[in-house]
Write a protein that binds this ligand. Structure first.
Ligand SMILES: [Fe+2]
Ligand SMILES: [Fe+2]
Length: 146
C-alpha cells in the first residue's frame, strides 16, 4: 500500500474526508498496477483506465472544495484553487507522457516521491484551514497573513 489512511489527516468536514478516503484508495489501486506492470499493452491499458478515473475523481474532488469556497467567500480562494490547478496539470502532464512513452519509471517516481507528500501537505495545510473556515467562518487571513 502506497498511502495508509492513517497518513491522511482528518479535517473538520465529512464531505472532504470522504473524498480524500476515495482518493487514497484510487491512488493505492493505481500504484499496485504500476508495480505489477509487465510491459504488455493490456497491462498499460489497465493503468490508462484507472488513471483516467483518478483524474476524473480529482477534478470532482477539487471542484467540490472550490464551489463551497466560492459560496462562502473564502478569502484565500485563489491560493487554494491555484494549488489545485497546478497539481491537476502535473497529473495530466504525467499521464500524457505515460501514454506517449509508456515510461513506467516516471510513474513510479511520481507516485513514490511526489504524490503522497503532496497530498499529505495539501490536506494538512490548505484543506485543514479551509474546512475550519467552512465550519466556523474563521478566516486564516487575520493579521495580514493573506
Ligand atoms: Fe481536498
Ligand atoms: Fe484542496
Amino acid at each position: 500500500m502506497l498511502i495508509s489512511h492513517e497518513d491522511i489527516p482528518q479535517v473538520s468536514q465529512a464531505f472532504m474526508n470522504d473524498t480524500h478516503k476515495e482518493e487514497v484508495e484510487l491512488i493505492n489501486t493505481i500504484f499496485e498496477h504500476i508495480l505489477a506492470y509487465d510491459g504488455s499493452e493490456e497491462s498499460a491499458e489497465t493503468i490508462d483506465k484507472l488513471y483516467t478515473q483518478w483524474i476524473e475523481h480529482t477534478v470532482n474532488h477539487f471542484q467540490k472544495e472550490e464551489i463551497k469556497m466560492q459560496e462562502m467567500h473564502f478569502p484565500p480562494y485563489l491560493a487554494h484553487k491555484g494549488e489545485h490547478d497546478r497539481a491537476l496539470q502535473e497529473m495530466r502532464d504525467l499521464f500524457s507522457h505515460w501514454q506517449q512513452q509508456r515510461d513506467i519509471k516516471a510513474l513510479k517516481t511520481y507516485f513514490i516521491e511526489t504524490l503522497p507528500a503532496w497530498l499529505q501537505t495539501h490536506i494538512s495545510t490548505m484543506d485543514t484551514v479551509t474546512a475550519r473556515f467552512f465550519a466556523t467562518g474563521q478566516s486564516p487571513c487575520g493579521g495580514g497573513v493573506c
